[in-house]
Design a protein around this ligand. Structure first.
Ligand code: NAD
Length: 541
């Protein structure tokens, strides 16, 4: 439907309305577009072909990223259709790994402002400036303070690329209309001196707010969001781990929110483990799992896995003996000084030991890396895992690809092709001794779009942890035997919209049973699934 208040040139410069060469003769006449477009009228398919040809001609992914960003600003529906119909090719460009490069380069590739900036200088005015955002009905906000962007550290205001990328996935994969999406950069400064000294840097050139100043800034922001967009889901993204846990604990029962690094990662990893144990034919409660890294991602997975093991009837003391965490200081033990709160539930009553010693002592079936430290699954480690397990389960989750604990090729080569491997960022299939191995991508993009869709359609009051188990199980239910035969523990990305629909339905049903739903929904079953599908954004014109 064309907006009747805009005409001519203005329509061509409104990304939500623009169809460019696909405007029909009648539309060109009615909207005052004659003369403003080349005469040959094309359809969206032809435009897609042209745009893809242009994009593929570029030599570097960062240039493809820039090209796609410009397309999104020019013709939103064409952009989203291209993403949706070419997801395996495009997701690594608009999201990890290329988005990592785009964030690092942000100040140098900047063309037009995108997203919304709330800065330390806006204190006292945050509610007022939110009125500058043009869309009145925002339903999903992804906000970061840029302190831990992927595994790349403090990138300050350059981190805006992450909320922009995630919200593009909310639309492309979860079908949430772009006008309901708001990417926010909370610029509280940066402790990255190199960035601050870059003359092209676009963020506040000051050290990060901390302590009370930081907390009151976030409090003002959350209060403003609650007032301006009371139905919005707020996704906390790429905060430092202590802040990630603190903010989630403080706000999870005050507003509709979640932290994707802790909770989304947990759900996607749990789904991958459910897939992997269908190959190894073990019960979840019988697994011994070792985590390299004990930050937000790893401990989030640990907590959800502990809950899932307990649900299978494993007593709490036993659960603790199944989950082992190793960080930079070695095995996480109770007598480690300055143990952060998020590690405490997993601290073992054991002597201090390094990673290799812990591995030999506890012989895990599953090794999960979430360190941001590339190469930390060494050849010795992978070979040892393959020595003690017929099918070692190795998840190298650190992003972007350059930060993965080991590559897919290394995992397969060092385990003689026996590893069940998944990573956070994509790896190409590996060809080895006449066989092809297909690594799985444990990307949170499998979870948050469907979960978010459920939360906003149901107008949930909150999202308890149990719904992340539900989402993880729903994702696992989409893994077919053929996927597992190919060695991958996730469904193909090409199915991801159906996966999102399945997750949304499961989460809505469970949310309703828990009394979290405020919206009026069609009854469970076919009618509800059809309703969800009908709500999903369709970019075709
Ligand atoms: P974090 O900084 O909170 O945690 C990193 C942890 O790794 C810390 O406990 C640190 O001590 C430990 N560590 C670092 N180097 C180590 C080494 N060489 N040996 C042992 N331990 C080491 O970060 P986080 O939020 O937990 O994220 C970690 C990584 O996980 C990032 O690269 C992030 O991109 C990735 N991640 C992946 C997914 C996914 O794949 N779905 C989701 C979220 C985060």
């Amino acid at each position: 439907m064309t907006n009747r208040t805009k005409r001519g040139y203005d329509i061509l410069h409104d990304a939500a309305l623009n169809k460019s060469t696909a405007f029909t003769a009648q539309e060109r006449e009615a909207l005052g577009l004659r003369g403003l477009l080349p005469p040959n009228i094309g359809d969206q398919e032809t435009q897609m072909r042209r745009a893809l040809e242009n994009m593929r001609r570029k030599h570097y992914d960062i240039d493809r990223y820039i090209f796609l960003s410009a397309l999104q600003e020019r013709n939103q529906r064409l952009f989203f259709r291209i993403v949706m119909e070419n997801i395996e090719e495009i997701m690594p460009i608009i999201y990890t790994p290329t988005v990592g490069e785009a964030c690092k380069e942000f100040a140098h590739i900047f063309r037009i402002p995108r997203g919304f900036y709330v800065t330390a200088q806006d204190r006292g005015d945050i509610r007022k400036i939110l009125d500058n955002w043009p869309e009145p009905d925002v339903r999903v906000i992804v906000a970061t303070d840029g302190e831990r962007i992927l595994g790349l550290g403090d990138l300050g205001a350059n981190g805006i690329g992450i909320p922009i990328g995630k919200l593009a996935l909310y639309t492309a994969l979860g079908g949430i209309h772009p006008r309901h999406c708001l990417p926010i950069m909370l610029d509280v400064g940066t402790n990255n001196a190199e960035l601050r000294e870059d003359p092209l840097y676009l963020g506040l050139q000051q050290e990060r707010l901390s302590g009370e100043a930081y907390d009151s800034f976030i409090e003002e922001f959350v209060t403003a969001v609650k007032d301006k967009y009371p139905k919005a889901l707020l996704q906390f993204e790429d905060f430092s781990t202590p802040n990630a846990y603190r903010l989630l604990a403080r706000y999870r029962n005050q507003i509709l929110c979640f932290n994707d690094d802790i909770q989304g990662t947990a759900a996607v990893a749990l789904a991958g483990i459910y897939g992997a144990i269908r190959i190894t034919k073990m019960a979840l409660k019988d697994l011994r799992v070792m985590f390299l890294g004990a930050g937000a991602a790893a401990t989030g997975i640990g907590a959800l896995m502990a809950a899932a093991m307990a649900e299978e009837g494993l007593p709490e003391v036993e659960v603790k003996r199944r989950l082992w965490f190793v960080d930079r200081r070695g095995l996480v033990t109770q007598d480690q000084p300055y143990l952060s709160a998020h590690k405490r539930p997993f601290a073992q009553n054991q002597p201090a030991m390094d990673f290799e010693t812990a591995l030999c002592a506890h012989k895990p079936h599953v090794l999960i890396g979430a360190t941001g430290s590339p190469g930390s699954f060494t050849e010795r480690i992978v070979r040892y895992m393959a020595q003690i397990n017929e099918r070692p389960i190795l998840f190298a989750l650190s992003n972007p690809t350059s930060r993965a604990e080991c590559s897919a090729e290394q995992a397969y080569r060092w385990s003689e092709g026996r590893a069940i491997f998944a990573s956070g960022s994509p790896f190409d299939p590996v060809h080895m001794e006449g066989r092809v191995y297909h690594p799985g991508q444990g990307n949170n993009a499998y979870i948050f779009p469907g979960l978010g869709l459920a939360a906003i359609l149901g107008e949930f009051t909150s999202i308890p942890d149990i719904l992340f188990s539900t989402a993880g199980r729903a994702l696992a239910s989409c893994i077919t035997d053929q996927d597992l035969e190919r060695g991958t523990v996730y469904p193909p990305l090409t199915n991801i919209r159906t996966v999102s629909l399945t997750i949304a339905e499961a989460v809505l049903d469970h949310g309703e049973a828990l009394g979290l739903v405020q919206a009026k929904l069609p009854p469970k079953g076919e009618a509800r699934r059809a309703f969800i599908k009908q709500q999903m954004y369709d970019p075709i014109y």
